[in-house]
Design a protein around this ligand. Structure first.
Ligand code: HAM
Length: 436
């Protein structure tokens, strides 16, 4: 029989890799809670019209990347991102009536039917956050600064922050017309994709990497020429705050991003171009001050970001601790298995991770297993240990072996392992505090 394989672009994460995932997730969760964000969990499936309304019909995601289906007459879609669902939940539960400012974060799988390549998958994981009810630009600067700190803590090389402002919907509409007018005479020289976008979503042509499109937009007007006073001031304040925080960034007037909901601030954080190539946008975000009202809620401004965890995993130099257990309990012979299980239960009650090799293996093979699982200590229970109510404690790091009375062994082992784990924890949390 042909073995079945996972769906193209959807990957398994095996236990050996999970440690690095968890370190990156923990760094985000720790940082987001320091910034007063609370976790929200929304469904993986939402009504299709939610994404069409929130993200815009002319976007690549809505046009061709959504996993949509009809079930018993309901039009449903596997969420391609988290913002629309969070905004829907915010409106549906009238959260604005209880709190003036809401800070939510989320983590979980997203689904887009893209052409898979390194750093681009059909099921991928985003950690993201949204702020509702704060017009900024202080919170915009705080969010960007927080993300730069996180990328630094995760030891991402070559971090680059791009910011831009799109103004409000009226500015965008004016700019869209001006850009379309500029590009219309050059239509014949555009790539086929951009030619199509000229009538649907000309702003996306600014994003194109195609040389023909780059040449056509080189002398195009920029959105900054169309910003009104309030938008201009908002953007100037954002830059002022970032300067004051010492957060590095550059202004990219061509940054538009692929989703239609953005207003005013836009940002992207890139890094590790050597490992990710052109698809090295690790984090994308911005303001979407109109979405809550568009979804039937009150006029509440909003801002957020999402980071792709798979990309961060490729980009980050952070390692996971390889150890799966702290101690292996090694019973030698069938009579030692019962006492071994009891000893392991006492160790676990003290917070020590351990495994009992209860297969009746030889000591040599149990030591190999201890090495494989990264155990620091092996607690050997052989015939003579059982007779004398003692245990042999082999320290694989210090290369020592001592026989101890069973009553004392537990305390000594626990103290030694906890002291070692405190040192490891302190070392592991160190980079989180590092700043650029
Ligand atoms: P986005 O730019 O579409 O924004 O995605 C954010 C991040 O998700 C990207 O920078 C990338 O790291 C990751 N990502 C996107 N697509 C894929 C894929 N196919 N495979 C792997 N990683 C991917 C949003 O999703 C917005 N909801 C962000 C936001 C939140 N804006 C405001 N609030």
């Amino acid at each position: 029989m042909t073995p079945l394989r996972a769906v193209k672009g959807m990957n398994d994460v095996l236990p050996d890799e999970v440690g690095r995932w968890q370190r990156i997730e923990q760094a985000f969760v720790q940082t987001l809670s320091l910034h007063a964000f609370r976790e929200v969990r929304t469904p993986y499936v939402e009504p299709t019209p939610l994404f069409v309304r929130a993200m815009g019909e002319g976007t690549d995601v809505v046009e061709k990347e959504m996993y949509s289906f009809v079930h018993h007459g309901d039009e449903l879609t596997l969420r391609p991102e988290g913002t629309a669902g969070a905004a829907r939940a915010y409106v549906e539960h009238s959260v604005h009536s209880r709190e003036p400012v809401t800070r939510w974060w989320y983590i979980g799988p997203m689904f887009r039917a893209e052409r898979p390549q390194r750093g681009r998958y059909r099921q991928f994981t985003q950690v993201g956050a949204e702020i509702f009810g704060d017009e900024g630009p202080g919170s915009d600067a705080e969010m960007i600064d927080m993300l730069v700190g996180l990328c630094t803590a995760l030891r991402v090389p070559g971090v680059e922050v791009l910011v831009n402002s799109l103004g409000g919907p009226a500015t965008r509409a004016q700019y869209r017309d001006a850009l379309a007018a500029h590009l219309a005479p050059k239509a014949a020289s555009l790539s086929p994709d951009s030619l199509r976008r000229l009538s649907t979503n000309p702003l996306r042509i600014l994003d194109s990497k195609d040389e023909r499109d780059r040449a056509a937009v080189a002398d195009a007007p920029t959105i900054h020429e169309f910003l009104g006073d309030a938008d201009r001031q908002h953007f100037a304040k954002l830059r002022e705050y970032l300067d004051a925080l010492g957060t590095p960034y550059s202004v990219d007037a061509g940054l538009v991003r692929g989703l239609d909901y953005y207003t005013r601030t836009l940002f992207e954080i890139k890094g590790a171009a050597d490992k990710l190539g052109a698809g090295n946008t690790l984090v994308g975000g911005g303001r979407y001050d109109g979405m809550i009202a568009d979804l039937g809620g009150p006029r509440v401004p909003a801002l957020g970001f999402a980071a792709g965890l798979e990309r961060l995993l490729i980009a980050s130099a952070v390692e996971s601790s390889a150890a799966v257990i702290d101690a292996l309990v090694a019973p030698i012979g069938p009579d030692a298995i019962g006492p071994g299980l009891a000893l392991a239960r006492e160790l676990r009650a003290e917070g020590i991770r351990c495994e009992v090799d209860a297969r009746g293996s030889s000591l040599k093979s149990q030591l190999r297993r201890a090495n494989l699982l990264g155990a620091r200590l092996v607690l050997i229970l052989g015939e003579s240990e059982l007779r004398e109510n003692s245990v042999q404690v082999k320290d694989l790091e210090a290369h020592t072996q001592e026989r101890m009375a069973r009553d004392q062994a537990l305390r000594i082992v626990v103290d030694r392992l906890l002291a070692a784990s405190r040192t490891v924890d302190a070392a592991a949390s160190q980079p989180i505090r590092e700043r650029p």
